[in-house]
Design a binder for this molecule. Structure first.
Ligand SMILES: Cc1cc2nc3c(=O)[nH]c(=O)nc-3n(C[C@H](O)[C@H](O)[C@H](O)COP(=O)(O)OP(=O)(O)OC[C@H]3O[C@@H](n4cnc5c(N)ncnc54)[C@H](O)[C@@H]3O)c2cc1C
Length: 346
């Protein structure tokens, strides 16, 4: 397929790729997105089962940066975000305690992917298209997908994908970018879901409508009641259980059923008092191989949260800044600014 010359290709329609596309569009530059998944979202995507919609990746976004806060206001006004959790707890030896701080947290409604679907509106997105190879010369790039389809030529290619995956694509063309990717470690995380036909029992000392809890278990770090997120009133009791990264590393090749059972056991152990959970009606787990960056890219005089090469290749995403949605968005947004001559904020 031949596209008009001079366009930008963005590989990865997660929040970073979409932020970059939006920043380019705001400056009048066109971008075409490619994603191997069925739709946009990446680690903000949600799983749709007949009985429920489950967030198995990011559970909420938190807001620290003023530029990000302005973008969040727009998404909020577009009704794809709502304040959540409003009932957040932390587990301790002596029971669960309500967690309070001043941080603003919001989740997508009716699912996390509502935000990325909103951001993808108006863009040409080639979903279900895994890019396996880059070909061509600097400033005249072709993208080759898993079916052998060729897309291009493009003067600029943005790789908004986890650094280990970006490394494989840039290595034949740019050793500096490949080395930068090698310095970013993205750690895995198992995410389990468990559904129940009956509501969870009341927990001593905890509000009945508790929404999420941080746990200090070696296996389990966070449990969320999916059905109590805004916009999901029509689904039954369902939990998302996020594993610790260290634990996930040691159980990487286990089957999803084993993982779901282990995380449900950990949740049961973390309940206050002597409370027994009802029998689950269904459960499963998803493995995120590149869930969270651990070592953020460092390097001489690099104080920006993206990488940009003169040959028309560029990298953005959470690995270049930090482990949150906000970081990924800022990385993509700053790269978009830099590509259109705006000031690359640090
Ligand atoms: C379990 C879990 C829980 C989390 N919880 C939170 C949270 O509560 N709050 C928070 O702020 N952050 C959280 N995060 C982190 C947050 O989700 C990420 O930082 C953010 O979504 C990363 O966005 P991104 O655009 O950089 O990458 P991604 O979302 O990974 O997007 C990359 C996209 O590239 C596509 N892709 C990859 N390779 C190719 C290829 N070769 N060709 C085509 N497409 C390709 C993928 O399909 C994907 O859509 C969590 C992450 C996980 C995994």
């Amino acid at each position: 397929m031949t596209q008009p010359y001079n366009h930008t290709a963005i590989i990865g329609a997660g929040i970073a790729g979409l932020a970059c596309a939006r920043a380019l569009a705001a400056a009048g530059r066109q971008a075409i997105l490619f994603d191997k998944a069925r739709g946009p979202g990446g680690r903000m995507s949600s799983r749709r089962l007949p009985e429920a919609t489950l967030d198995l990746g990011a559970q909420f976004l938190s807001v620290r940066d003023a530029t990000f806060a302005a973008a969040v206001e727009e998404w909020h006004a577009a009704d794809c975000l709502a304040e959540w959790p409003t009932s957040l707890w932390s587990a301790a030896e002596d029971g669960w305690h309500r967690h309070r701080d001043d941080l603003r947290r919001l989740c997508g409604t009716p699912s996390m992917s509502a935000v990325t679907r909103h951001l993808a509106e108006g863009f040409e997105l080639h979903a279900g298209t895994r890019i396996e190879r880059l070909e061509g010369d600097p400033r005249s790039w072709w993208l080759v997908d898993a079916e052998g389809g060729r897309h291009g030529p493009f003067t600029q290619v943005v790789l908004a994908i986890p650094a280990p995956q970006a490394r494989a694509l840039v290595a034949p063309h740019d050793t500096t970018l490949a080395e930068a990717c090698a310095a970013v470690i993205q750690r895995p995380c198992w995410a389990a879901w468990v559904m129940f036909d009956t509501p969870l029992p009341a927990l001593p000392g905890v509000d009945d409508d508790w929404q999420a809890v941080r746990l200090a278990d070696p296996a389990l770090r966070f449990a969320v009641r999916n059905h109590l997120k805004p916009g999901r009133g029509d689904q039954g009791e369902s939990l998302t259980l996020l594993a610790n990264l260290e634990w996930s590393e040691t159980r990487l090749e286990d089957g999803p059923e084993t993982i779901a059972e282990a995380l449900l056991d950990a949740f049961q152990r973390g309940l206050p008092g002597d409370v027994a959970l009802p029998e689950p009606s269904a459960m499963g787990a998803h493995r995120w191989r590149y869930a969270q960056p651990d070592v953020f890219a460092t390097g001489e005089a690099i104080n920006v949260d993206y990488r940009l090469s003169r040959n028309g290749l560029a990298l953005c995403g959470d690995g270049w800044r930090g482990p949150r949605i906000e970081d990924a968005w800022l990385s993509g947004h700053h790269l978009g600014d830099a590509l259109t001559g705006g000031s690359p904020a640090t």
